[in-house]
Design a protein around this ligand. Structure first.
Ligand SMILES: [Zn+2]
Length: 172
């Protein structure tokens, strides 16, 4: 499949998640707003939150998830679903404005067999894409994704959520 991104760190990601206790999406809000930068969280709302993917397919790859720990879309109440989907829409708009990608992938992997790294807690991927990015992916895939790169991404994206309702870390 020519449009499948080659990302060898995914296996390491899956293995590290297996060792992790508890659910990171549930844990982030409890760490408090002062930990949002370290946790790479962009905004926390009553029913949904946005954070950076720790192992991005592309710069600005973020995850949007409902606050409640459910694995299936149909387990969300209408107000939870609405808040989740509205936050996906907002996130797409903000990433478009900040990153100016040529295109975006927006989607959900429902269940482990579908590729979900965290299958127990529903989440949507929003991935900015650029024409020709498949040719640079194998290059960056060989490079460890350094925490400072993710921090730089967080610093670039965080201001775009300034007027989005919810809890946000203050900017340095
Ligand atoms: Zn959870």
């Amino acid at each position: 499949m020519s449009d499948t991104l080659w990302a060898p760190w995914r296996m390491e990601y899956v293995l590290s998640l297996k060792e992790r206790k508890g659910c990171i999406f549930c844990a982030f809000p409890g760490h408090g707003v002062e930990s949002f930068r370290k946790d790479l969280v962009l905004v926390v709302q009553p029913h949904a939150l946005v954070c950076l993917n720790l192992y991005p397919f592309a710069a600005g790859h973020v995850l949007v998830c409902p606050r409640r720990h459910v694995s299936k879309l149909e387990e969300l109440a209408d107000d939870e679903y609405d808040a989740f989907m509205r936050l996906v829409r907002v996130t797409v708009g903000r990433l478009d404005a900040v990153n100016c990608p040529d295109a975006m992938n927006v989607g959900m992997n429902l269940g482990k067999a579908a590729g979900a790294g965290i299958a127990d807690h529903l989440h949507a991927h929003v991935v900015p894409r650029w024409v020709g990015d498949q040719s640079f992916m194998p290059v960056i895939a060989d490079t460890r994704v350094m925490p400072e790169h993710l921090d730089a991404t967080w610093l670039r994206l965080r201001p775009a959520f300034d007027d989005v309702p919810g809890e946000k870390a203050s900017l340095p």
